[in-house]
Every structure is written in C-alpha cells, then in structure tokens.
Design a protein around this ligand. Structure first.
Ligand code: ATP
Length: 305
C-alpha cells in the first residue's frame, strides 16, 4: 500500500503544554483515516503541522514524500484543506465564492458541476450570510476540492451540525473516497469515526493511545456487552461492581452502564440481583460496544467531557 502521509515522532510544545508529544503514524492512499481525541488532545496542532501551517519542534511530517516545512509550496498543490472555521465573505454569493477560490488557484472550469455535486444548486445565487451551518460546511468542503487534490484534510467537518446535515456531509466524504481520494479527518464524534473511517488514530494529551480499524479496536478491547439501565430511583453503579460477571460499571446522569461478561449466560443473574434488592427498572438497553466505550476504557473519560 502506498503511503500518502508519514508522521514520525512529531512534537510541538507551547511552554509547559505538550500539545503534540511524540506522535507517529502513516496514512495509505484511498483510505479515510480518522484522528480522534477530546478537546485539547492535539488534533488541530498535528493536522496544521502536516499542512505546513505550523512548524513542529521536532520529528517529521511528510506528504507524498514531501517535507512539511521545506516543501510547503509543493504540498499545497496536492492537498485540499477544510479548516475548522472557514471565513467567507458574507456578501458574496455561493457561485461568486467558488469563482474567487478558483481564481486564487488559477483554475478555470466548471463551478456548476461542483456546486451541484454538493447539493448547493438551489443556493448558488444566495449570499453566504443566508446559508445554514450545514450549507456553509458543505461549501467549505467544496472549496477544499477546488485544486483537485489527491488528499483532503477535513478538520471537524460536522461539529455543531444537526443529524441530517451531518449525514449529508458523511455522504460527501464517502463519495470522495469512492472517487479515489484519501481523506484525513479529525472529529470528536465517535459514531462518525466508526461509520466513516477505515482506520482511526486515538490521541489524548498529545500522545497516541490506539491506532487500528474501528472494528478491530472494539473487538480487541471488548469481550463484554454493555447494558445501559435506568432505574426509577437514584442508585450508584458501585453496587454492581462486585458481581463476578461484571467487569466495569459506569454512571452517567441517570444511566448505569454495566459491562457484562458472557452476557447471555449471566443476564438472569443480573435480573435476579436487581429484583432481590427491590430495584425497579425504567429501561434496559443491551447494546454493542462502540468506539466510545473503547475510548472510555483506554482513557478513563468520555471524548466530549
Ligand atoms: P479541539 O478539539 O478543541 O479543537 P485539539 O485536539 O484540536 O482540540 P489543539 O488545538 O491541537 O487540540 O490543542 C492542543 C493543546 O495545545 C491545547 O492545550 C491548546 O490549548 C494548546 N495550544 C494549541 N495552540 C496553541 C498556541 N498557539 N499557543 C498556546 N497553546 C496552544
């Protein structure tokens, strides 16, 4: 497999803050590669170093074998960048904005095609300031494609969007992959990474915690079945901790999660335990473990805390 991105022992400190603290990974052609981590984990710093927007203290970042500092200008020709907050000129229309960006890249061509691909057709003559959050995000991804790049960096492309707008962006990303593009995506939505990414890199405090496909990460970390229970009264998860078929418990708001070993065999014992203590359940949800569970297990906290 051809390596598109190579990052080696990358470090960037801001005084005492180790924003990026020795990160290494490779990205292969044609994959959707996700970088996940909570706020402040070092995602944006890493991505901006790779794009040549920040300079590392040490370590190496290469794209298509090009060095992030020495070959900055060349790298720009191969990559598309959608930044976390794109500033648009609010009084231009969608079409005018696309033309403006094309001119910046000295590209002539078919704005109409790009606009229709991004379902912005009926908005092409609308002013930017009248677009919804989702439409603006779609436009910013469209603009990252204007130089017809091989690799596209999307930094939290669905943050703040409603579920429908988020799914629209997911479709766009899947389509880009279908068209042979390599996608480097940062997100703090675990379900997004699970849905889209071939492999995910989980980072926290500037360090790599895990790197693999979502399926393998889940499989390797979880043999247990998470069971989410809501009770009619307030109880602590602690009371389930000593059951021999429970590996871990967790309480979040009014939901207790019990991670059960050999779930099929042990469910009756759990129900028995609950009954014997006179507890009444409002709701019980038996679910598959997710990347969020993996993250929680590896870091001890939720990604969005
Ligand atoms: P988010 O999900 O909130 O965007 P992130 O994972 O992208 O977070 P970074 O923006 O890379 O995290 O920040 C990593 C750490 O480095 C944070 O503690 C941040 O405050 C710090 N940091 C980032 N840029 C600077 C800077 N220019 N000066 C000082 N500290 C910085």
């Amino acid at each position: 497999m051809e390596k598109v991105v190579e990052v080696n022992n990358l470090k960037k400190y801001y005084g005492d803050i180790k924003a990026v603290d020795g990160i290494s990974f490779d990205v292969y052609r044609g994959e959707i590669f996700g970088m996940l981590g909570p706020n402040g984990a070092g995602k944006t710093t890493t991505i901006e170093i790779m794009e040549g927007l920040r300079i590392q203290d040490s370590g190496e970042a290469k794209i298509f074998g090009l060095h992030n500092i020495h070959d900055r200008e060349k790298i720009k020709m191969h990559i598309g960048v959608q930044l976390q907050e794109t500033s648009f000129i609010e009084n231009l229309t969608v079409c005018e904005t696309v033309k403006l960006f094309r001119n910046l890249y000295n590209k002539v061509g078919d704005e109409a095609h790009l606009i229709s691909t991004f379902f912005l057709e009926d908005k092409k003559n609308s002013l930017i300031k009248t677009l919804s959050g989702g439409q603006k995000q779609r436009l910013s991804i469209l603009l990252s494609l204007i130089n017809d790049p091989d690799t596209i960096f999307l930094d939290e492309p669905t943050t703040g969007l409603d579920p429908q707008a988020r799914r629209n962006i997911w479709e766009i990303i899947i389509d880009l992959k279908r068209n042979g593009k390599t996608i480097f995506l940062t997100t703090h939505y675990m379900e997004e990474a699970e849905k889209l990414c071939d492999r995910v890199l989980i980072i926290d405090h500037g360090k790599v915690i895990a790197l693999d496909s979502p399926e393998r990460l889940i499989k390797e970390n979880f043999e247990e079945t998470p069971v989410d229970i809501k009770f009619t009264q307030s109880i602590e998860s602690l009371m389930f901790d000593n059951l021999n078929f429970v590996s871990r418990t967790l309480k979040e708001e009014d939901v207790i999660t019990v991670y059960m070993k050999n779930f099929e065999e042990n469910l009756p014992s759990l129900l028995n335990f609950i009954n014997l203590r006179g507890l009444k359940m409002k709701e019980m949800k038996i679910r598959k473990p997710t990347l969020e569970d993996v993250f929680l297990k590896l870091t001890g906290r939720r990604i969005r805390e």
